[in-house]
Design a protein around this ligand. Structure first.
Ligand code: FAD
Length: 239
């Protein structure tokens, strides 16, 4: 297998045109390749500057999970810190998690940040919705979002190899008209649901409005956690 390490977007595009398969830290694909056979070419973005950005509004796809630190909003940082073991976090990448893993603990945080992805095909980079990235699995260069006022993350305790633990991600955003909006995303079992409602001063009303979104269909225990997390993030937004 030829591992290609492009240092520019045009080089990365050539790798795709040549049929190279994306690889992050290979924490998932290595076993699969050993079992099913190695591809002729793979492309890693670890030397591509655009895929290594970390700041208040951008996270590159080649960034390792343990490098996701205070530069990004709390919801993303805490999610990354909750994934796997220290050894996994030192090897696995943001792109491998969002595009290539089944658990995708970074997806609910990205949804509540209203993030969009920069992806690439044979014609070059373009912006895509996260739903498209998950469904079509293009080469992802980064995710970008608008900074929230506050955000929060909860992951239920779980056992390795057990069912996916409940994840609740929340963020309150300032809107252009001076109002605020609460975005909430929940991973319950294998499904990720999200809801977006105005974040008014009355927490009871906000929770009531959330019941009218897809989150209203969650089982009772998960809804209790959502209520607790939402109350917490609204309280911090008002502080
Ligand atoms: C012990 C263990 C515990 C784990 N626990 C969790 C957990 O709690 N929560 C969780 O969410 N995940 C968990 N994971 C999964 C972990 O997050 C993944 O191993 C990791 O995200 C895959 O990243 P990688 O960079 O190694 O991807 P790779 O193994 O290199 O690639 C995986 C897939 O993603 C594709 N890919 C990689 N980068 C890109 C890119 N930039 N664009 C498009 N496609 C790309 C590859 O083509 C491949 O199909 C766990 C894994 C292990 C081994």
């Amino acid at each position: 297998m030829l591992l290609r390490l492009p240092t520019s977007l045009s080089e990365a595009r050539r790798c795709l045109a040549d049929g190279a398969v994306p690889v992050g830290g290979a924490t998932l694909v290595w076993a699969q390749w050993q079992r099913d056979g190695f591809p002729e070419q793979a492309v890693s973005l670890r030397r591509l500057p655009e895929a290594n950005a970390v700041d208040a509004q951008t996270l590159g796809a080649a960034v390792l999970l343990h490098q996701v630190d205070e530069r990004v909003p709390e919801v993303l940082r805490r999610a990354a810190a909750s994934i796997g073991t220290g050894a996994v976090r030192r090897t696995a990448t943001v792109g491998g998690n969002i595009v290539g893993s089944t658990l995708r603990c970074l997806l609910p945080p990205a949804l509540v940040l209203d993030a969009r992805a920069t992806v690439m095909d044979g014609d070059g980079p373009y912006e895509a919705e996260l739903a498209e990235v998950v469904a079509k699995r293009p080469l992802m260069l980064d995710i970008r979002w608008r900074s929230p006022l506050v955000s929060g993350y909860y992951k239920a305790p779980g056992e390795a190899g057990g069912p996916p633990p409940l994840v609740v991600a929340t963020a309150v955003h300032a809107e252009e008209d001076g109002g605020r909006r609460l975005l909430t995303a929940v991973r319950d079992g294998g499904e990720v649901l999200s809801g977006s409602v105005p974040a008014t001063a009355d927490a009871g009303r906000v929770l009531g409005a959330l019941e009218g979104t897809a989150l209203g269909g969650l089982p009772g225990e998960a809804r209790d956690v959502v209520r607790r997390e939402v109350a917490d993030v609204l309280g911090r937004a008002d502080a």
